[in-house]
Design a protein around this ligand. Structure first.
Ligand SMILES: Cc1cc2nc3c(=O)[nH]c(=O)nc-3n(C[C@H](O)[C@H](O)[C@H](O)COP(=O)(O)OP(=O)(O)OC[C@H]3O[C@@H](n4cnc5c(N)ncnc54)[C@H](O)[C@@H]3O)c2cc1C
Length: 500
């Protein structure tokens, strides 16, 4: 273990980790190391290789503001996003900062030395600050279905697609109908003998206005700005409706019309009709999903998969589906604490979050100094593209780190009362949004009855809040032995610094 701590360690080299290195370097932080457990960068877009995987927000909103890209289609495919992320990382010299094959197992705050000690698969390392960019959608959720372990054929999760398994002429059972299933079911339907889909909750599915962007005109900066603006304001308009559910009926009518136009069988249509409000779960767009379900070799079971016996997957309603292959489209442990994380008083974040998951602006957690979650809880409206939120967070994080350095401090910790006030306001605002109208299930609810995912205001407001950094929200301090000299430095650093 070295005594000389790294200035900032970023954990994870996905979209967020790459953006973090670029933002830090631009602000003059050169001593930055990224620890990435995998052999390649790319995160989500590296891991999810299922057929049809792609972005479900317009690609022009799914790019870094500092690296505009000439996307081939309105909605980008997984491979195009992955290429884009890797090219951006290479162009900005991020790759040199990444230590691949290093998984962080534990992080512990040293309250005496004011630094983090990271235990990794490659040994121990210390750092002054940590950015946790391990991805909210990184850990696949495997269902607990009796008998599934003994299934006599291949079983895999959509996020870990097994490309060695040829689905041609096979009977495939799909468990789950979230965003991933909506993308891959239409892709596997033509080749499989049968596809049987177990659906515990129907989804609202909007038409997907996808189109090729071949024209050089679309690459023109002005045209791009107009298109980007149009996508942004469409998303913000939908977000407005989601915050005021009484305005939602027109959008629900569009989704119902889409279903009616695609599915003519009334029984199938009824099974596909959600019994909760539009937007209470993640919004999905597809022109291919409903038609795929009407094909003769596809059957929808509007019930959860309750058990597996031999080759049969058995629904809670008693229906059976014979399978050669089972694909689990059962989502992720969204927002789970990625490794053992111990704060100032030795408390484990996972333990705190078992009963209470909160963070100031989805970024800082009181009692976990010099640590930033990228992204953390309650940051996304139903229509926020992840890069927008992440870049706004980075603005906040970089300002915090500059303040730390300029003030001669060694530790910053969000004040508990500031975090609690933010949490209370946010949860109160969520109450009137559509996000809180479902039955408390789905990944918006990381804790029973508590929405730990959504931001109840506009994306514009999120960006403004994160960009207006308020030093008073934090406590700034130095280790006891350095307090005296820091008192002098803080006087010279000026503005609103606060000391313990
Ligand atoms: C199928 C799918 C479709 C999606 N579609 C959209 C979309 O349309 N629009 C949208 O805005 N978002 C979408 N998302 C969300 C998507 O995850 C984010 O947009 C974005 O890619 C998150 O980037 P990230 O860097 O935060 O996390 P990730 O991309 O998950 O990267 C995290 C990285 O951290 C590494 N890591 C994890 N734990 C450790 C550890 N302990 N030690 C070291 N390294 C670690 C991982 O290997 C990974 O490389 C989708 C997600 C999925 C799964």
């Amino acid at each position: 273990m070295t005594d000389d701590p790294t200035d900032v360690v970023v954990i994870g080299a996905g979209l967020s980790g790459i953006a973090a290195v670029i933002a830090l370097r631009r602000a003059g932080f050169d001593d930055v190391v990224v620890l990435e457990k995998s052999a390649r960068t790319g995160g989500t877009w590296r891991d999810n290789t299922y057929p049809g995987c792609g972005c479900d927000v317009p690609a022009m909103l799914y790019e870094y503001s500092f690296a505009p890209h000439a996307w081939r289609r309105c909605f980008a495919s997984r491979s195009e996003i992955l290429d884009y992320l890797r090219a951006t990382a290479a162009d900005h010299g991020v790759d040199e900062a990444v230590r691949h094959g290093v998984e962080v197992l534990e992080a512990r705050w040293d309250a005496t030395a004011h630094r983090w000690t990271l235990r990794t698969t490659a040994g121990t390392r210390t750092t002054r600050s940590v950015i946790v960019a391990t991805g909210p959608w990184h850990h696949p959720r495997y269902p607990d279905i009796p008998g599934l372990d003994a299934f006599p054929g291949p079983v895999f999760h959509s996020a870990r697609w097994n490309h060695d398994v040829d689905l041609t002429g096979r009977r495939v059972v799909v468990i789950g109908t979230g965003a991933s299933a909506v993308q891959f079911v239409p892709e596997i339907q033509p080749e499989a003998a049968h596809v049987e889909v177990f659906q515990s909750t129907p989804q609202w599915v909007l038409p997907k206005p996808d189109y090729a962007l071949p024209s050089p005109l679309h690459r023109h900066p002005v045209v791009r700005r107009v298109l980007r603006g149009q996508h942004h304001w469409t998303q913000e308009a939908i977000g407005l409706l989601l915050r005021h559910p009484r305005l939602l009926p027109p959008l629900e009518a569009v989704a119902r019309l889409h279903l009616r136009a695609s599915v003519h069988d009334p029984a199938l249509r009824a099974a596909l009709t959600p019994r909760y409000r539009f937007g209470a779960r993640r919004i999905i767009a597809s022109d291919a999903y409903y038609p795929a379900l009407t094909r003769p070799n596809v059957r929808l079971h509007p019930t959860r998969a309750a058990s597996v016996r031999g080759h049969d997957v058995i629904g809670a309603d008693g229906t059976r589906a014979r399978a050669d292959v089972v694909v689990l489209a059962t989502g992720f442990h969204v927002g789970a604490v990625p490794f053992a994380l111990y704060g100032a008083d030795g408390t484990a974040l996972a333990r705190t979050w078992e009963r209470d998951r909160r963070a100031y602006l989805g970024t800082s957690v009181s009692g976990f100094p010099n640590l930033f979650l990228l992204p953390g809880p309650n940051l996304f409206s139903g229509t926020t593209a992840v890069p927008t939120a992440v870049e706004a967070q980075l603005h906040h994080i970089v300002r915090a780190l500059i303040h730390l350095r300029a003030g001669g401090f060694t530790s910053l910790d969000v004040r508990p009362e500031v975090q609690d006030a933010h949490h209370a306001t946010l949860q109160a605002a969520l109450r009137t949004t559509v996000y809180n109208t479902a039955d408390g299930s789905g990944y918006y609810f990381g804790l029973p009855g508590v929405n730990t995912f959504c931001w109840p205001w506009s994306t514009g407001r999120l960006v403004r809040r994160l960009r207006s950094f308020a030093p008073d929200a934090y406590t700034w301090s130095t280790p006891p032995r350095r307090a005296e000299s820091a008192a002098f430095l803080s006087r010279t650093a000026g503005d609103h610094c606060r000391k313990e």
